[in-house]
Design a protein around this ligand. Structure first.
Ligand SMILES: C[S@@+](CC[C@H](N)C(=O)[O-])C[C@H]1O[C@@H](n2cnc3c(N)ncnc32)[C@H](O)[C@@H]1O
Length: 308
C-alpha cells in the first residue's frame, strides 16, 4: 500500500479497507506505522490503539445491516422513545454508533441535529449506509472518532443528549471513557454498561479474549457454543418461553438474536461495572441518576444521568 505524506485520515482509512487491513490488530498496527511515517494523522489518536486485540464490531454490524427493515427500525425508535421521550429540537450525540440504528431512531424522534461517531471504520460505513437508505435529507453527521480522545471530544461541541449504548466497556479503558463521555453532555447522558458479576465476568473476559486470538473456524465454534447456551439449551427446558423470546427479540432495541450472540462471543475489549459504582462515579462529576434499568446477570444495565 502506498501512502503519500499529505493523505487525510479518511483516505488512509479507505486505503486500509481496500487493502483488507481492517482486521483486529492489523488496522491498529498499520495506523501506528502510518503515524511513525510522519503523515498527517490528527483525528485518530494513539489512545485508540491501546488494544491490539479487538473484536471486529464493524463486520458484525455490516452483517446486521442485511436484516434491518422497517419493523426493526420501529422497535429501535420505540425503545429509545421509551427512555428519552420526545427528542424534538434536541441535539443528539451517538458515541460508538455501531450500525447507526439508534442515531436513525433519534432522527425519527425529531432530533434537530444528530452527530454519530465510532472508532471502527466499518461501523462508520454502516451508519453512513443507514443514513443513505433511510434518512438522506436529515441533519445527521457521521464520522470516525474515539471516545478515548479527549481533544476530539472537546472539539465536537456539546449536545442535549449524549447516547452511548454498550460502547464504553469495549474501549479498553472504560473508566477513562466514562470520564470523557461527560465532556459533550450538556443535559442527559444515556449509557449502558455490562453488569459486574464477579468471577463470571472474569470468565467472559477470558472467553472473549481467547475468541479474538483464534482462527475463523474456531471463532465460529465459540459463537455456536454461546448460541447453544443462550438459545438451544433453554429451548429444551422452556420451549414456549424461549420460542417467544426469540420471536420477540426484535423488541430489544431492534437487535437481532444471532448478531448479538456473535457480539457476546467476541466483543473485546470487555470490562464491567456495578450499578452502585457507576452512580457514585457520576454523582462525583455532577450528574444525578434520572433513570436506570438494571437487567443484572451478564447483561447490560442502562442509566440516564442528568447534569445538575
Ligand atoms: C456493542 S457495539 C454498540 C453499538 C451501538 N451503540 C448499539 O447500541 O448498537 C460497540 C461499538 O463501540 C465502538 N467502539 C469501541 N471502542 C470505541 C471508541 N474508543 N470510540 C468510539 N467507539 C468505540 C465499536 O466500534 C462498536 O461499534
Amino acid at each position: 500500500m502506498n501512502i503519500s505524506a499529505d493523505q487525510s485520515v479518511q483516505d488512509i482509512a479507505h486505503s486500509c479497507r481496500e487493502n483488507r487491513l481492517l482486521q483486529n490488530g492489523y488496522r491498529v498496527v498499520n495506523v501506528i506505522e502510518i503515524r511513525a511515517m510522519g503523515t498527517k494523522i490528527t483525528s485518530m489518536g494513539t489512545q485508540t490503539a491501546a488494544h491490539e486485540l479487538r473484536f471486529r464490531f464493524g463486520e458484525n454490524w455490516t452483517n446486521f445491516l442485511s436484516v434491518v427493515d422497517e419493523r426493526r427500525l420501529a422497535e429501535a425508535t420505540a425503545s429509545l422513545a421509551a427512555v428519552l421521550g420526545d427528542l424534538k429540537g434536541k441535539s443528539f450525540l451517538d458515541v460508538g454508533c455501531g450500525s447507526g440504528i439508534h442515531s436513525l431512531a433519534a432522527v425519527r424522534l425529531g432530533a434537530s441535529r444528530v452527530f454519530s461517531f465510532d472508532f471502527d471504520l466499518q461501523s462508520v460505513e454502516c451508519t453512513k449506509q443507514m443514513k443513505q437508505r433511510f434518512a438522506q435529507e436529515s441533519n445527521w453527521h457521521i464520522e470516525t472518532g474515539s471516545v478515548l480522545d479527549e481533544g476530539y471530544l472537546r472539539q465536537i461541541g456539546s449536545f442535549d443528549v449524549v447516547y452511548s449504548w454498550g460502547v464504553l466497556h469495549h474501549t479498553g479503558n472504560m473508566w477513562k471513557a466514562l470520564e470523557l463521555v461527560t465532556i459533550p453532555a450538556q443535559d442527559k447522558l444515556f449509557i449502558s454498561i455490562y453488569n459486574d458479576q464477579g468471577w463470571k465476568s472474569s470468565f467472559w473476559q477470558w472467553y472473549k479474549r481467547t475468541y479474538n486470538r483464534m482462527t475463523r473456524p474456531i471463532q465460529r465454534l465459540m459463537e455456536a457454543s454461546v448460541f447453544f447456551w443462550t438459545w438451544v439449551k433453554p429451548l429444551f427446558f422452556h420451549y414456549r418461553a424461549t420460542r417467544k423470546r426469540w420471536k420477540e427479540y426484535v423488541k430489544s432495541r431492534g437487535m437481532s438474536p444471532w448478531y448479538d450472540v456473535v457480539d457476546w462471543a467476541g466483543g473485546y475489549p470487555f470490562e464491567v461495572a456495578t450499578p452502585e459504582a457507576l452512580e457514585s462515579f457520576f454523582q462525583k462529576r455532577g450528574f444525578n441518576l434520572h433513570y436506570s434499568d438494571i437487567r443484572g446477570y451478564g447483561l447490560c444495565n442502562d442509566f440516564v444521568f442528568v447534569r445538575t
